[in-house]
Design a protein around this ligand. Structure first.
Ligand SMILES: N[C@@H](CCC(=O)N[C@@H](CS)C(=O)NCC(=O)O)C(=O)O
Length: 103
């Protein structure tokens, strides 16, 4: 829960609200058949987060955009604003920490 100041008044909002208010949705570079991508998709669904799914070519050298964004060719890759992550464990830990239930 986060307090936001809007028009001189404080409102309580959740981190999910903050996510949906951002100008750009998160992007997930993804392959349907990839089990690591599935783990990330499951986490995004569990947290109710909206994201843009970008299907990458299955032939690794054709993944030009993945390389431009992350400096390597494997998926999943998550882009959340300035944050770029290219490992499913790191992505899941990041999503839990940033958007998961606060204790
Ligand atoms: N992040 C995983 C690897 C991710 C991975 O291997 N992704 C596969 C899809 S499931 C991939 O992009 N493979 C492309 C290729 O090997 O050409 C790990 O560290 O073990």
């Amino acid at each position: 829960m986060v307090a936001k100041l809007i028009a001189g008044r404080y409102f309580l909002t959740t981190s999910k609200d903050l996510a949906s208010e951002r100008m750009e949705k998160m992007k997930l570079y993804d392959l349907d058949s990839c089990p690591y991508c599935m783990m990330v998709r499951d986490k995004l669904s569990e947290l109710g987060l909206e994201y843009e799914k970008i299907a990458v070519p299955s032939y690794r050298p054709n993944r030009k955009e993945v390389f431009e964004v992350s400096g390597q060719y494997l998926v999943p890759v998550l882009v959340d604003g300035d944050v770029v992550l290219d490992d499913e464990d790191e992505i899941i830990a990041y999503l839990d920490k940033k958007y998961g239930q606060q204790p």
